[in-house]
Write a protein that binds this ligand. Structure first.
Ligand code: MG
Length: 397
C-alpha cells in the first residue's frame, strides 16, 4: 500500500459537540490526519486533554483570562499555548490544509472568515457565519479559491446528492427536520416548555444552543438561510419536510421530478468523516444503518402555527439584506435568556419578531458587505433583543 501523506487539520471549537466528534473521527483514522491547531472558548482543561490526545502543535482559547490555566495544563507537552481572539485567528490561519469551523454562534464569525480567506479547505459547522454574512463569506471563498465543505448534516447530504449538478437542473432543495421534542405538542404546551424539556432532543445529541433551536424549529430556519448561501439557490426553491426518524437528511428534486435523497444514521461523525476525507471516503465509526429495522420513514409538512420561528426565518430569508443578521443575533439573545430561566419558550420567537420590528429605522437594513458590518449589525441587534426580552418580562409581571 502506498503511504499517504497526512492531511493537516485545524479544529476550531474542539471541546464542543462537533469538535469532540471530529476528534473521534480523527482517532479512527490515525494514518490520515495530523493536527496543527485546536481552539476552544474557555475550557482550558478540556482543550488541553484534546490537544495532548491528538498531539497538536498549537492550542488556543478565546477567553484571555484562561491563558495561565491552559499554559499550566499543557506544561511539558511541547504544545504551544495562547489565548484571546487573535490566538483563535492564529489557530485558523496556521499550517493546516483543512479547517473545521465548529465554534457555536456568532463567536465563530472572525475565525471562520480568517480560514475562508486562506484558499485551503474549510468545513463549516458554524451556520451562524453563513446566516450573518453569507454573501460576503461565499464571495471571500470564491476569491481565495477556498473549498467550502458543508458539515451541517442536512447540507452535507444535499452537497453529496448535488455533486456537480448545474443549478438550472434543480427544482428544489429540501431539508428535513426531526420536529424536535415538541413535534406533537399543542401550541399552549410548547409556549410553557421548560429548558429541561427543550433540551431533550429525540434523535441528536448536540450543544445547548442548537438543541433549543431544534425544539423551536429556528434551527431549520437558519439552515434554509445557510443553504441559500452555500448552494446559491433562491428562497422559492428551498423547502422543509418534518421527518421524525432523521434518516433522510436532505433531498434534491430535479426539474424532471426525480429526487435524490441523502440517507445516513443520525450521527454527526458521518458528515464529519465526509468533510475530513473529501473527496475520498474514510471510516466514520458510525453504526451501519439498518433500514429494515427502522422499517418506516415518515414525512409531514412543518406546522408554522405551532412553530412560528420557522415562519419568521423564512420571511427573513425572503426579505434578505441585514434581516438574517438581526434574526440570528436576536435568537442568540432570546435562547440565552430562555436557558437562564428569564423568559418562556414561547417568548423566543416573540423576542426575535419584536427585534426585527425595532431594527427597521434604527439599523441600515442593507446586506452586510463584510464581517465588520455584520458584527456591527449583530451588536446593535443584541441590544434591541435585550430590550425586547425585558419588555416581555414586564408584560408578564
Ligand atoms: Mg443541521
Amino acid at each position: 500500500m502506498i503511504q499517504q501523506r497526512k492531511r493537516r487539520l485545524a479544529i476550531l471549537g474542539a471541546t464542543g459537540s462537533v469538535g469532540r466528534s471530529t476528534l473521534a473521527v480523527v482517532a479512527a483514522n490515525p494514518d490520515r490526519f495530523e493536527i496543527d491547531a485546536v481552539a476552544a472558548g474557555r475550557d482550558a482543561a478540556g482543550l488541553a486533554v484534546a490537544a495532548r490526545r491528538v498531539g497538536a502543535r498549537f492550542a488556543a482559547l478565546a477567553d484571555p483570562s484562561q491563558y495561565a490555566a491552559l499554559k499550566a495544563e499543557l506544561s511539558g507537552s511541547g504544545i504551544e499555548a495562547a489565548a484571546g481572539e487573535d490566538a483563535v485567528i492564529a489557530a485558523a490561519t496556521g499550517e493546516s490544509e483543512l479547517v473545521v469551523a465548529a465554534i457555536s454562534g456568532v463567536a465563530g464569525l472572525r475565525s471562520t472568515f480568517a480560514a475562508v480567506q486562506r484558499g485551503v479547505s474549510v468545513a463549516i459547522a458554524n451556520k451562524e457565519s453563513l446566516v450573518c454574512a453569507g454573501t460576503a463569506l461565499m464571495r471571500s471563498a470564491a476569491a481565495a479559491g477556498t473549498v467550502i465543505l458543508p458539515m451541517d448534516s442536512e447540507h452535507n447530504a444535499l452537497f453529496q446528492a448535488l455533486g456537480d449538478t448545474p443549478r438550472e437542473r434543480i427544482a428544489e432543495l429540501i431539508l428535513t427536520a426531526s420536529g424536535g421534542p415538541f413535534r406533537s405538542w399543542s401550541a399552549e404546551r410548547i409556549a410553557l416548555a421548560t429548558p429541561e424539556q427543550a433540551l431533550a432532543h429525540p434523535n441528536w445529541s448536540m450543544g445547548a444552543k442548537v438543541t433549543i433551536d431544534s425544539a423551536s424549529l429556528m434551527n431549520k430556519g437558519l439552515e434554509l438561510i445557510e443553504a441559500h448561501h452555500l448552494f446559491g439557490v433562491p428562497a422559492e426553491q428551498l423547502g422543509v419536510l418534518v421527518h421524525p426518524q432523521s434518516i433522510v437528511h436532505g433531498l434534491v428534486r430535479f426539474r424532471d421530478g426525480a429526487l435524490l435523497a441523502g440517507l445516513a444514521p443520525h450521527d454527526m461523525c458521518v458528515p464529519i468523516a465526509h468533510c475530513l476525507g473529501f473527496p475520498d471516503r474514510i471510516a466514520s465509526g458510525a453504526a451501519t444503518l439498518d433500514l429494515a429495522a427502522i422499517a418506516t420513514l415518515q414525512f409531514e409538512q412543518p406546522d408554522l402555527g405551532r412553530f412560528p420561528a420557522l415562519a419568521l426565518a423564512t420571511s427573513v430569508l425572503r426579505a434578505g439584506g441585514a434581516a438574517p443578521t438581526v434574526l440570528n443575533a436576536a435568537n442568540e439573545v432570546a435562547v440565552a435568556a430562555f436557558l437562564a430561566g428569564r423568559i418562556g419558550f414561547g417568548h423566543i420567537p416573540a423576542v426575535v419578531e419584536a427585534t426585527l420590528e425595532k431594527a427597521v429605522g434604527r439599523i441600515s437594513m442593507a446586506e452586510p458587505d463584510g464581517i465588520e458590518e455584520a458584527l456591527a449589525v449583530d451588536h446593535i441587534s443584541r441590544k434591541l433583543a435585550a430590550d425586547a426580552a425585558e419588555e416581555r418580562l414586564s408584560l408578564a409581571r
